[in-house]
Design a protein around this ligand. Structure first.
Ligand code: PLP
Ligand code: COI
Length: 360
């Protein structure tokens, strides 16, 4: 099967410069969308076809669309950053393409070739490049996704899918800047089990997390920390971020057990931390380790990391049985150093020694 090229059908009615600038002045996260989107169809026996870049518009969905009922759907998240010379580059899109393929395999969906994934993102960014913010940490967040587009109520893998990319200008994911978040250790609800879908970026994982997120909020916490589903002891990750534990010059992130999302930020930080002279490892951390090592002062900082949230310090922890302040509750030195190094790399202010930036 051949790879389709993306046909351009530009909008005849994009937002005016003034309207776009007003949005870019305060974009928030995931609230505004650019003028275009990419759509590529997949049909059993035919493969990928009808690749188009079209004006952003609602879809018309049949009530018996299989995704509405059985949730065969996956997504990705990556960002495009304005570089000092005015050009635009994305961060590790190949890694997102590969994770998208892994999610597709788990959810019995067709795998989109890496080149087509990157070409789709590039085409949208080039068309809507005026939407890439020009200042600071702001970026253009890309949301590639795929869902079953077949109509019917039989429970089986669909034989038609739609892949799309939309884009949304992004300021801070957590409004209020780099402010430590409070977290709730979820002992009642679990996110994922070994053999389940936790390592896939699929909508159902997020739907299932919302009741725990509401529980966290009812306890005055910003975010949920998920524990392993068997012993309810081992730290896995947060709702949309991985976690790092800082022991002086050594940083540790929960190992990939198959039930947490293999974050690209998490993976990048293992390398960036070593570049900065820290020891960086994957390991196992229990809730008891967290509390004890914070009390005895060996665990100096904890932070969360992800594409949307970049690096966010954890300032306090709560569960049914315990409640503590992480360190002094303020953003830690290692957290802020890693945050700066990552953002400097992404915005072109630090040498890209690992070839992670993809210029357009
Ligand atoms: N964990 C979950 C559940 C997520 O949704 C995300 C966001 O994509 C992450 C971790 C962080 O992954 P990444 O760094 O690739 O954005
Ligand atoms: C991301 O960081 O890209 C995420 O997917 C997190 C969240 C918005 C789901």
């Amino acid at each position: 099967m051949t790879t389709p090229t993306i046909e351009l059908k530009p909008s005849s009615n994009p937002l005016s410069d003034a309207e776009r600038e007003a949005i870019l002045a305060s974009p928030g996260f995931g609230r505004h969308f650019t003028d275009h989107m990419v759509t590529i169809k997949w049909t059993e026996g035919r493969g990928w076809h009808d690749a188009e870049l079209v004006p952003y518009a609602p879809l018309s969905i049949d009530p018996a669309n299989m995704t509405l009922h059985y949730a065969q759907t996956i997504f990705e998240g990556l960002k495009a950053y304005r570089q000092p010379d005015g050009t635009v580059a994305t961060f590790r899109p190949q890694a997102n393409a590969e994770r998208f393929q892994a999610s597709a395999r788990r959810m019995a969906m067709p795998e989109l070739p890496t080149e087509l994934f990157i070409e789709a993102c590039d085409a949208l960014i080039k068309q809507d490049s005026a939407w890439v913010p020009t200042s600071g940490e702001a970026s253009l967040y890309l949301r590639p996704f795929m869902f079953a587009s077949e109509v019917g109520l039989g429970v089986r893998p669909a034989n038609e899918f739609l892949f799309m990319v939309i884009a949304s200008p992004a300021g801070a994911y957590f409004p209020g800047g780099v402010k430590p978040v409070s977290v709730w250790l979820s002992e009642e609800y679990v996110r994922a089990v070994k053999g389940g879908t936790g390592a896939a970026k699929t909508g159902g994982n997020y739907a299932a997390s919302l009741v725990a997120q509401a529980q966290a909020a009812s306890h005055g916490c910003d975010q949920v920390v998920w524990l392993d589903a068997v012993e309810h002891r081992w730290i896995e990750e947060m709702g949309g971020m991985n976690l790092y534990f800082v022991y002086g010059d050594r940083i540790v992130t929960p190992e990939l057990t198959g039930s947490l999302l293999p974050g690209i930020t998490r993976d990048s930080l293992l390398t960036i931390a070593r570049d900065l002279g820290y020891t960086a490892e994957e390991g196992r951390i229990s809730t008891e380790d967290w509390k004890r090592d914070n009390e005895n002062g060996t665990l100096t900082e904890v932070f969360a990391c992800g594409t949307a949230a970049v690096i966010t310090p954890v300032g306090s922890v709560k569960s049914e049985r315990a409640n503590w302040t992480q360190g002094d509750g303020e953003p830690g030195e290692v957290t802020m150093k890693l945050r700066k190094a990552l953002l400097d790399l992404q915005t072109g202010h630090r040498a890209d020694t690992h070839g992670w930036m993809h210029p357009l």
